[in-house]
Design a protein around this ligand. Structure first.
Ligand code: IMP
Ligand code: MG
Length: 183
């Protein structure tokens, strides 16, 4: 499918699944070189719902024992961030004293990862690293270090591969971008 219609908007194909796979291979190699042979069991923190597909693709490439924990944070309404991050599902396991790799779908303003860093520090994580499938460098103005970034994209609204437009489009295998010409 080259174009998809979601609610009132049209989106066109932007990043094919094969490109996502290559980018995820690269980021998984980097994580493996940092963690392979570790004696602890690091936590992969899946930030619901957007990160489900990325977490699944990433975890099957990791060559060390890890535990999957989830949490849910919400800030977007439609195609805009509200600027306010709400934790709508707490951490699904105790992470005290653990090394945590946060697995995000996309870092935009960075509000979500700043909130996550704070939550993880309060919950007593030993270390928190940030991994994201996508980064919008033009939008990101925070100081939190992004340890693992699979791909950088322009500051436009995208959907697919877990990302949604008002809760639809998550099931798309490829990533699509808002088609402004179609409006
Ligand atoms: P931030 O807090 O502004 O960095 O935004 C992070 C969250 O907003 C991400 O985890 C996504 O769930 C959502 N988000 C940001 N940009 C997009 C986008 O282009 N499409 C869909 N969701 C997005
Ligand atoms: Mg998200």
């Amino acid at each position: 499918m080259e174009k998809v219609r979601l609610h009132d908007k049209t989106f066109k194909k932007f990043i094919p699944y094969e490109k996502l796979e290559t980018a995820i291979d690269r980021v998984a190699d980097k994580i493996n070189s940092d963690f392979e042979g570790c004696e602890d069991i690091p936590v992969l923190l899946c930030v619901l719902n957007g990160s489900i597909m990325f977490t699944a693709e990433l975890m099957k490439r990791l060559r060390f024992n890890c535990q999957i924990v989830s949490t849910k944070l919400t800030s977007y309404v439609g195609t805009e961030t509200t600027g306010e991050v709400k934790q709508t599902l707490g951490l699904t396991a105790d992470i005290t004293g653990r090394r945590v790799i946060v697995v995000e779908d996309i870092v935009d303003s960075g509000n979500t990862i700043v909130a996550l860093k704070k939550i993880l520090a309060e919950k007593g994580a030993k270390e928190a690293r940030m991994c994201t499938l996508l980064l919008k460098p033009e939008a990101y103005k925070k100081d939190v270090v992004l340890d693992y970034v699979a791909m950088e994209i322009p500051n436009d609204f995208i959907v697919g591969f877990g990302l949604d437009y008002d809760e639809i489009g998550r099931n798309l295998k490829d990533i699509y971008i808002l088609d402004t010409e179609a409006e």
